[in-house]
Design a protein around this ligand. Sequence first.
Ligand code: EPU
Length: 338
Amino acid sequence: MKIEKHCSLKPYNTFCIDVEATELVTLQSQEDYAQLVGSQYLKGKNYFVLGGGSNVVFTRDFDGVVVRSEGGSVRLLEHRDGHYFVEADAGVLWDDFVRHCVANEWFGVENMVSIPGTVGASPVQNVGAYGVEAKDVIESVHLFDIETGEKRTMRNADCGFGYRWSVFKGALKGRCLVDRVVFRLDEHYTPKLNYQALRNVLNERGMDNPTAQQVCDVVAEVRASKLPDPKVIGSAGSFFKNPVVPAAEAERLKAEYPELVSFPVDQQHTKLSAGWMIEKAGWKGRDRGQVGVYEKQALVLVNRGGCTGDEVRQMADAIIADIMARFGVRLELEAIML
Ligand code: EPU
């Protein structure tokens, strides 16, 4: 494993915030994982396991060890009962994994193309887009328990998946080092078109019965039209979660704001579009110092050039307070502030 001292984290977080970690450990192979955990290198130290750095905002230098994985491969383990069981190493880029699956006609992940980050981070926050979440395709997660040094396999049902949530953000927070994820993909393609915005684009193009490749291409295009390219503009994707509120509260709000975009979750709960509320409150395209609300998607905060984590926090706090005052709804961060 590679150990670097006093290392800038700027290349490793998509918000491009220039802070330093006391130590940066990079894992590049299965042996590296075993060595890191077996040697108890992290024992008694403050540490943080970083994925692709696409969901984290550093507000200060990290006084401790940042661990990240890099590289790896995707392997077909088994083909049975109409499914492909495919294993990917934690350091593989999520988008490379999706495109590899689509090219091989292993179906189920195509709606999640272009999400920044790594395979290892995908179960942690149950990434999702366009009507599909990682939990829909994850079979099992292989990890090391950093505290006990044990190797564990968590089956899908053990992972406590929810909307941008899992046990790895809850009871097991900070304890796990994911080294591989096994996905259960389909042999036959069934388009997953429950996301209205995706259906609309496909309909406009006359794609009534799209292939997985077509869906993948359309999602990539739609995302590129409203989300900043992390290689060009620093951001952490959606900065806030879409709040889930009691259905009665959503009804009350919709009576006042009939255009409020919402999605039913179950009979008792409704998910509200945070982007719509932030836009309605007049924040879209606004800057404060070097932090901005992205002009094409109000759920995204962007780095206008050399912003600090503190500036991001101040902007987020101001938006949360304003949305609470106007709509009586508390926004929660999707991004992790450190
Ligand atoms: N909207 C606005 N103004 C805005 C943004 C959105 O009015 O500035 C309304 C529009 O009506 C739009 C609707 O909200 O049609 C939904 O917007 P969008 O399709 O962009 O989705 P989102 O709810 O804002 C979520 C995820 C995204 C994911 C998309 C597509 C969260 C926190 N975000 O955003 O995930 O790509 O759906 O599935 O759930 C991420 O997590 O980083 C991320 C980008």
